[in-house]
Design a protein around this ligand. Structure first.
Ligand code: ADP
Ligand code: MG
Length: 265
């Protein structure tokens, strides 16, 4: 969208594949190396907001208000306990937004327009990460219309690749219509369990199919990562040394390297 602000949407229409966990921990890792990062929680479930310790009662302005045009990005962003990391929280109001804006000609461009205005203010933010709902609905389309690139978490399970072609087709469609420069940032394999032979097979299959789109970093299944949200903290703050946190730090450096390449291209 602009040269200084990078907007990455974390999308997969399957639920439970690690979108929210990846959004929170990648954002924290980027903030830890000195970037100012904003998460936009676009899932009505609000797991990213909860996982970052934003109480429901404190979600006075939300992503719903941004999509309906009632709030700017600046007004909706709240600081988190992580230095350098802010979030636009979500509320269950988002469930109704699709119907509310479905007749508006700019319905797919609501987030893009809001982020464009934000970017033009030279706000000092380096990254925006968007946490999508488990659906290819208007919310996810808004995120793809607004983003520079899409990051796809895939869970290391037998059906990992199922649904990926539909997701990639949607990315193509957005590229053909509203956002010609949309890239695939990469595909990250999540919840890898090396004791499971099938998981190794899945990693091989995904790499064979998707080649260098797949990050070298694989996120291991790690109980500390799954415990962290109930403490309202990213895994990286909850237990920096655990294998999951270390993997997310590695992923961040791959993401940054790719963003530099995309920007230079
Ligand atoms: P999504 O946002 O795609 O629905 P989540 O990030 O919420 O997926 O992850 C689904 C569940 O799996 C959550 O309970 C989360 O804590 C857990 N989880 C995600 N990544 C890991 C991991 N690397 N190790 C263990 N549990 C994980
Ligand atoms: Mg989620």
């Amino acid at each position: 969208m602009t040269n200084s602000l990078r907007i990455i949407t974390v999308a997969n229409q399957k639920g439970g594949v690690g979108k929210t966990t990846t959004t929170i921990n990648l954002a924290t890792a980027l903030a830890a190396i000195g970037e100012s990062v904003l998460i936009v929680d676009l899932d009505p479930q609000g797991n990213a907001s909860t996982g970052l310790g934003i109480d429901r009662r404190d979600r006075l302005i939300s992503s719903y208000d941004v999509l309906t045009g009632e709030a700017t990005i600046e007004a909706a962003a709240v600081a988190t306990a992580v230095p350098g990391l802010s979030i636009i929280p979500s509320t269950l109001d988002l469930l109704g937004v699709e119907m509310e804006i479905s007749n508006a000609p700019d319905r797919v461009l609501r987030l893009r327009n809001a982020l464009q205005a934000f970017a033009e203010q030279a706000s000092g933010f380096g990254y925006v990460l968007i946490d999508c709902p488990p659906s290819l609905n208007l919310l996810t389309l808004n995120s793809m219309a607004a983003a520079d690139s899409v990051l796809v978490p895939l869970q290391c399970e037998f059906f990992a690749l199922e649904g990926l072609s539909q997701l990639l087709e949607t990315v193509d469609q957005v590229r053909r219509t509203i956002n010609p420069t949309l890239n695939i940032q990469g595909i990250v394999l999540t919840m890898f369990d090396g004791r499971n032979n099938l998981a190794n097979q899945v990693v091989e299959d995904v790499r064979a199919n998707m080649g260098d789109k797949v990050y070298k970093t694989v996120i291991p299944r790690n109980v500390r990562v799954s415990e962290a949200p109930s403490h309202g903290k990213p895994a990286i703050l909850y237990d920096l040394k655990c294998s999951g946190s270390q993997a997310y730090l590695q992923l961040a450096s791959e993401v940054i390297r790719r963003e530099r390449q995309l920007r230079a291209a």
